[in-house]
Design a protein around this ligand. Structure first.
Ligand SMILES: Nc1ncnc2c1ncn2[C@@H]1O[C@H](COP(=O)(O)OP(=O)(O)OP(=O)(O)O)[C@@H](O)[C@H]1O
Ligand SMILES: O=P(O)(O)OC[C@H]1O[C@H](OP(=O)(O)OP(=O)(O)O)[C@H](O)[C@@H]1O
Length: 209
């Protein structure tokens, strides 16, 4: 049986994802994320974990250097990678929303939208029939309307604390987000039994609403 390479997102999703795998019976070392090592072999499970930035997970899986991966639906929508999305893991829940300063209207001509998700924001406003200028930022998105960089932001909301503490309000909810199990199409053909086993084991522990 060949080794299964799993691209795991560092950061927020990691703990939820590792807990789910442990619940599914996989012997994952609890300190997987504590070291600075980026490749961790778990020979007992015939698995290799690569620790990636969340936005890059789907890239590793599409390129085939990882057979499977765990990625937020936000990443899947933004990146549109050629991978199979096989299971909603129902972890790391959040949503994408439009937010801004309360009581403000968008400018009539070329309103500015700051976001880490330019593709999602573009298609959202295209569907709304609104012509906007997208400003790509890499973080601290909530700053943009506060300092006059944008009329609105498109960003992730989880507890709502960041919006609240910066005096911003949510205007529209765009899409609910959870993390997904994704698979490289070629790997799915070559390692179908191994992957099916993992999918079934994870599916059986994913909480049903
Ligand atoms: N409050 C939240 N903010 C951002 N992402 C969240 C939140 N809650 C869940 N998520 C999920 O976690 C993923 C991002 O994880 P994380 O914040 O660790 O990475 P990141 O955005 O690359 O962080 P950084 O750039 O600060 O390292 C998103 O793709 C999303 O699916
Ligand atoms: O609703 P909340 O629970 O407050 O979470 C939402 C915030 O968390 C994320 O930012 P992150 O912490 O990843 O920082 P960033 O500014 O570096 O993107 C996201 O971009 C929001 O700013």
């Amino acid at each position: 049986m060949s080794v299964l390479t799993v691209a795991m997102p560092k950061g927020r999703i990691f703990q939820d994802a590792a807990a789910l795998m442990v619940k599914a019976g996989y012997q994952i070392p609890p300190d997987l994320e504590d070291s600075r090592k980026l490749i961790i072999d778990v020979s007992a499970e015939n698995m290799r974990f690569i620790l990636a930035k969340p936005m890059d997970v789907a890239t590793y899986v599409e390129q085939g250097v990882a057979d499977i991966g765990i990625a937020g639906k936000d990443v899947m929508l933004e990146e549109e990678r050629d991978v199979y999305e096989v299971l909603d893991l129902k972890i790391s829940e959040c949503y994408l929303a439009v937010a801004g300063l309360p009581g403000t209207e968008m400018k009539d001509v070329a309103p500015k939208i700051a976001t880490k998700y330019p593709n999602i924001a573009s298609s959202y406003y295209r569907e709304q029939g609104e012509q906007v200028e997208i400003i790509k930022l890499n973080g601290s998105i909530e700053l943009a309307p506060l300092i006059g960089l944008s009329d609105r932001i498109v960003d992730i909301v989880s507890t709502g604390r960041t919006l609240k503490e910066n005096g911003l309000v949510e205007f529209e909810r765009i899409v609910d987000i959870t993390s997904r199990l994704i698979v490289n199409p070629v790997s799915y053909r070559l390692k179908d039994q191994q992957i099916d086993l993992l999918v079934n084991r994870l599916a059986s522990v994913v909480e049903e609403d």
